[in-house]
Design a protein around this ligand. Structure first.
Ligand SMILES: CC(C)(COP(=O)(O)OP(=O)(O)OC[C@H]1O[C@@H](n2cnc3c(N)ncnc32)[C@H](O)[C@@H]1OP(=O)(O)O)[C@@H](O)C(=O)NCCC(=O)NCCS
Length: 382
């Protein structure tokens, strides 16, 4: 039995924000804040906010732009959040399902499959716009897949590789022969666009990956998967269904004055430096030991499709896995244009950077992120 990645698809929102546009909006917000709170700042009761800069963003992260589902709200210094109307469940497709369907349809077309040939859909991501019914089941319904199963799973930025591993496991158990992984990321709604340390990091996107059990392999054979997690509070997004009760428990003041602030505190937050320091060596170790377990010398690896969190992380992981003189084209970059697209990001790199990969070449798809969570999938071009 050979299990293969036979196709991928991508849905990119239309709105693009460059660093320069983002920084103009952010700095206008900072100026408004500092003017409004001038007295409190002078009295030492509040701290003046500092400007962001496009040069810093590109140097620290590599990011030049990102795509989002609503640019207008994000770039309004009075709002700084995407705005989209609520959709009535069952009558209109949810935003996540709509993006997922578009990516999945492209992947199905690329695989030469019809939706009802799928046996399973796993919607794997870093967040879901509701708890249930599952977004994956809505996608299953909308795309016209009859029978089979669909479910959501959340492993933050690592959800794509963990999803691939689940698909492989499900196929090996005989639950399915063809499974689609759909990574829908609406990071713009999870991000605190007023936080100077992280307002530039993420973008929205949807990616889809078709995994099939085949007698005649095609695409990329999945050689082996390895998963790793270790608890860390250095990356969090805690907004959730307990918030109402926690606000009530905190009393009147929080209910009347503080609803907005606790919400902002619970959006994406990270200790970027610590994440960088702790995650990079672990990712390199996981990839290296995973390759060794499969008796693959690192110089046989032609491509590393890595999670696109930060250009410097990608560089460091490439050098520690492949050697300090490693050819940079081994680890392709999509972060310049898309930013960090969370779980979708290694699949965006995989989707866009297969040129030059020959039959028999080995590659690794690797994700890493909150949890911490790290996933490594070794693939071989058919
Ligand atoms: C987030 C990240 C890009 C920040 O880069 P960094 O080099 O660590 O930057 P720091 O936060 O240490 O800040 C460095 C300096 O730039 C300043 N700075 C921070 N944000 C800034 C901004 N938007 N504009 C201008 N300057 C900024 C800081 O105040 C600091 O100034 P100081 O040296 O005078 O104190 C980097 O830590 C990172 O990529 N970490 C990996 C984590 C990650 O990407 N996770 C995503 C989820 S997987």
């Amino acid at each position: 039995m050979t299990i293969c990645i036979t196709a991928t698809g991508l849905h990119v929102p239309k709105d693009k924000i460059t660093n320069e546009e983002l920084v103009v909006a952010f700095n206008a917000y900072v100026d408004n804040y500092n003017t409004t709170h001038a007295q409190a700042i002078q009295a030492g009761e509040k701290v003046a906010l500092q400007h962001s800069s496009a040069e810093f963003i590109q140097k620290a992260s590599g990011i030049k732009s990102r795509y989002v589902i609503d640019k207008k709200g994000i770039l309004d210094p009075e709002i700084m959040a995407p705005i989209f109307p609520a959709r009535k469940i069952g009558e209109e497709l949810s935003v996540m399902a709509q993006m997922g369907v578009q990516a999945l349809q492209q992947a199905l077309d690329n695989a030469g499959l019809k939706a009802d040939e799928l046996d399973g859909i796993i919607c794997a991501g870093s967040n879901f716009q509701r708890a249930y019914p599952a977004i994956a089941i809505e996608i299953q319904h909308a795309i016209g897949m009859v029978g089979g199963f669909a479910f959501d799973m959340n492993v933050a930025c690592s959800a794509a590789t963990f999803g691939i591993a689940q698909a492989v496991g499900n196929i090996k158990m005989g639950l399915a022969k063809k499974i689609a992984i759909v990574n829908v990321e609406i990071m713009s709604a999870q991000l605190n666009w007023r936080n100077r340390d992280s307002h530039f990091i993420f973008g929205d996107i949807a990616a889809a990956t078709i995994i099939e059990e085949l007698d005649t392999p095609k695409g990329y054979e999945i050689v082996d998967c390895q998963l790793f997690t270790q608890f860390s509070t250095n990356i969090t997004q805690q907004y959730g269904f307990m918030d109402r009760s926690e606000s009530l428990s905190a009393g009147e003041q929080v209910m009347h004055e503080g609803m907005v602030e606790p919400v902002y505190d619970k959006l994406f937050l990270q200790e970027g430096r610590k994440v960088f320091r702790e995650v990079c060596p672990k990712v390199s170790e996981i990839i290296t030991t995973h390759l060794a377990k499969n008796h693959i010398p690192t110089d046989k690896v032609k491509r590393l499709w890595l999670h696109q969190a930060n250009i410097n992380m990608i560089d460091l992981i490439l050098r520690t896995v492949m050697g300090k003189d490693a050819d940079k084209s081994i680890a392709p970059i999509s972060i310049y244009e898309y930013g960090n697209t969370s779980s979708a990001s290694p699949m965006v790199a995989f989707h866009e950077h297969q040129d030059g990969v020959q039959s028999g070449d080995l590659g690794v798809i690797c994700s890493f992120g909150a949890g911490y969570s790290i996933g490594s999938v070794i693939v071989k071009k058919v």
